[in-house]
Design a protein around this ligand. Structure first.
Ligand SMILES: [Zn+2]
Ligand SMILES: [Zn+2]
Length: 754
């Protein structure tokens, strides 16, 4: 081979296309055989994106982190599953379809295909044969099964909820479809809030266990950001509770201020408190409460000062015997869930705000309303108070009046009320040709969908036309990849292979995924109790969890409006996938917001280009190097030093990569590259390199290429092949072992390839 052929230029597009073709041929994209009995595989679960049609930089960050970790674990000899699926139902796809006037089903497939191409171009080693769409019949059949199972367990129920409604468009609206000022996104007429029956998921029975498991998760590879979201969503408040006896019966009240319970001046009830009805005294209060429930409680609750508070006109003897007025406000829900709380203005600012709105009614206390001043003691505990806690997390609505979603498997019979569709009749199929217009409810207008017989009595009945919020589909989006596609129709939740992969070794997701994860943890516990997930005894679906922050540009969120959107395709076209991957990893640790700038790609491209050229030059130089045992003995100590650098670098890179702190890994990679060059410079001061030195140099380069593989897999693999010591079939190969780094002349000369 000529010298020029052995020194190819760094042409990312060509190199990457070649390597990607080789990976397909090698079968790198096929799911691995599950690990043998008694061994647990590494399941890396990345985010399931909406089928928006384009990857954005946040996705690139997510998948590059996950892919680097998956490649690293494979190189360490682990069975790695990197499954992937689309969260394809829901508003984003429906809105895109409305805009284009095509069936949403069509839009979803087009978008998914395009995004998968982008992912392959970025070199992500997903097991593409396991890709799924949550909007596929075979997939949402299981959302319906889950609905029926949770319904049977008493964890799903019907209740009234407040939704935005447009009279002109005759449709309910999602929050983002309501413009600022309360008008409809489509017709710009005023939107009003209505009450309508909605399906709810009951999560309260598992809150305590989600809480108790936090200590366990803290000891597992859960990062601080992920843990913080779980604590925040749970919203645990610790304090005391006391039983008060009043005219309307016993009321258990809570306060987080254990030491000051004796200073309470009022009681605040949640409008969702189970006994709230008993406290409605004066005429008009019921009306007010109805208004609060159907009116702008969600809207006005945005502003703490104007949270609605209703005076029931009733009172209850407090812990110290004094009469405490009973008020009702959703503020309780926002702090402690649907409970009753003591109002203690002396030590609590929110309570002081409320008290100030009811002068004369709420008794004044000695001491300041907010904070503490000299001479005032807030220490007035109550005898008989029990330690107690409350959770802010609460049941939430899972149904939407949208047409692009999983049909709810319920039939409404005039005689039997809501009747579950028998499991044998699943899936309840969503018409694929449905074209949404934004007006009315297209599903309700389809008589072929709506008109059915009651499963119990056979009389004409109506199908439920609400669909499930895509948040509900997401409750089990971490499961399908663990099941071979051909078996999913039969055994989505009971496949023996799932036990080899679950719980997932690592979830990699955006910092805004806390709600998904919290509810996935709840559902895992429900299905453990139901039997399917009995093997996950603690009911936790993720052994480890890495949340990363978002990608912004110019210090601001990327948006079309600001003109600062960075397009991954453009970057890949200009610099290559490896550069984009290294740049996005290097620019910031996962816990930090990544403020994108050209500097990161310039740095990454310079490093890759520099390493590429340097490596190829040294491969050629090695051929010409001569060996002189006497001369080689003189530089033995330098090769030893290089070996130590390599060993230390390898150790750090291994540790950081195992922790998903890839920005550190890349810093240490570039540092090691500098040291290798330094070693050569010092040797060259002594004249021509001995063959032993040239061999040691190439061995260090190969080590560097090996550890570069998870981050820049295309360039790294091409360098290894161009060294002449590996073929494509030998790769991706194993993670290097520090003990195998050559040092002595004999080691070096015996070849570093193995
Ligand atoms: Zn409208
Ligand atoms: Zn019936």
């Amino acid at each position: 081979m000529s010298e020029n052929a052995r020194k190819p230029p760094y042409e990312a597009a060509k190199i990457e296309a070649e390597r990607q073709a080789a990976w397909v041929e090698r079968g790198d994209y096929e799911a691995p055989a599950p690990p043998p009995d008694g061994e647990h595989g590494v399941y890396v679960k990345s985010s399931s994106p909406f089928t928006s049609g384009n990857l954005h930089m946040g996705h690139v960050r997510d998948y590059t982190l996950g892919d680097a970790y998956a490649r690293f674990q494979r190189a360490r000899g682990r069975s790695v599953l990197m499954g992937f699926g689309f969260d394809a139902f829901g508003l984003p796809a429906e809105l895109a379809a409305i805009e284009r006037q095509v069936p949403a089903a069509e839009w979803v497939v087009q978008s998914g295909d395009r995004m998968l191409e982008q992912m392959k171009r970025l070199g992500y080693s997903f097991d593409y044969d396991r890709v799924f769409y949550s909007s596929d019949e075979g997939q949402y059949r299981w959302s319906q099964w889950l609905f029926l199972t949770l319904y049977e367990m008493g964890l799903i129920y019907l209740d009234d909820a407040t939704v935005d409604w447009c009279d002109t468009c005759q449709t309910t609206l999602a929050t983002i479809q309501v413009e600022e000022g309360g008008t409809c996104w489509r017709c710009h007429n005023e939107v009003r809030l209505i009450r309508r029956p909605t399906w709810f998921l009951k999560i309260t029975p598992y809150l305590e266990e989600n809480d108790a498991n936090m200590a366990k998760l803290e000891a597992q590879p859960w990062d601080e950001l992920a843990l913080a979201t779980q604590r925040y969503i749970l919203g645990r408040a610790e304090g005391v509770e006391v039983d008060l006896e009043g005219p309307a019966g016993r009321l258990t009240v809570f306060t987080p201020h254990a030491d000051a319970a004796g200073l309470a001046t009022f009681v605040l009830l949640s409008p969702r408190h189970p006994e709230v009805e008993a406290w409605i005294g004066e005429a008009g209060v019921r009306e007010e409460l109805e208004q609060l429930r159907s009116g702008g409680w969600e809207r006005s609750a945005r502003d703490a000062q104007s949270v609605p508070v209703i005076d029931t006109g009733r009172a209850i003897p407090g812990p110290a015997g004094e009469e405490l007025p009973v008020l009702i406000s959703p503020l309780v829900d926002a702090r402690f869930g649907p409970t009753a709380a003591l109002g203690i203005p002396a030590v609590d600012e929110a309570d002081a705000d409320i008290a100030s709105r009811f002068p004369g009614r709420v008794p004044d206390v000695d001491g300041p309303k907010t904070g503490l001043s000299e001479g005032f003691s807030a220490h007035r505990p109550v005898e008989g108070a029990r330690a107690a806690k409350r959770y802010r997390a609460n049941d939430f609505s899972i149904s939407r009046q949208r047409s692009w979603g999983t049909p709810i498997p319920i039939v409404h019979c005039p005689d039997h009320g809501p009747v579950p569709v028998p499991e044998a009749d699943l899936p309840v199929v969503l018409p694929r040709d449905l074209v949404a217009t934004g007006e009315g409810n297209p599903l309700a207008e389809r008589s072929d969908f709506v008109d059915v017989e009651c499963p119990i009595c056979g009389t004409p009945a109506k199908r439920e036309t609400d669909t499930l919020d895509c948040h509900f589909d997401a409750l089990f989006l971490w499961v399908p990849a663990t099941v071979p596609p051909e078996d999913r129709a039969e055994r989505m939740f009971t496949h023996p292979e799932s036990r080899r992969w679950l719980p997932a070794e690592r979830l990699v997701a955006g910092g805004d995924s806390g709600g998904f994860v919290f509810d996935q943890r709840i559902v895992t516990k429900a299905l453990r109790d139901h039997g399917e997930f009995a093997y996950m005894a603690d009911g936790e679906p993720f052994e480890g969890c890495l949340f990363h922050e978002m990608v912004i540009a110019d210090g601001r969120k990327m948006s079309k409006h600001l003109g600062n959107v960075v397009d991954p395709d453009e970057l890949v076209g200009q610099f290559g996938a490896d550069t984009v991957r290294v740049a996005v990893l290097w620019a910031a640790g996962p816990a930090k917001t990544l403020n994108w700038s050209g500097a990161a790609v310039r740095f990454a491209n310079k490093f890759l280009r520099g390493f590429w050229t340097y490596a190829h030059d040294r491969f050629v130089e090695l051929d010409a190097a001569r060996h002189d045992p006497e001369k080689a003995a003189e530089t033995e100590f330098m090769r030893e030093r290089l070996r130590k650098w390599c060993e230390a670098g390898l150790m750090r890179i291994t540790e950081d990569t195992a922790d998903l702190q890839m920005h550190q890994s890349i810093r240490n990679l570039t540092r090691l590259f500098e040291r290798i060059q330094q070693f050569e410079k010092q040797l060259k001061k002594r004249g021509q390199l001995d063959r032993a030195d040239a061999e040691a140099l190439v061995a260090a380069i190969l080590l560097l290429a090996r550890v570069l593989q998870p981050f820049a897999p295309h360039a790294a693999e091409a360098i290894l092949i161009d060294s002449g010591r590996f073929t494509s079939a030998d790769l991706p190969g194993a993670w290097p072992d520090a003990a195998a780094i050559p040092v002595a002349v004999d080691d070096a000369l015996s070849g570093a390839a193995s």
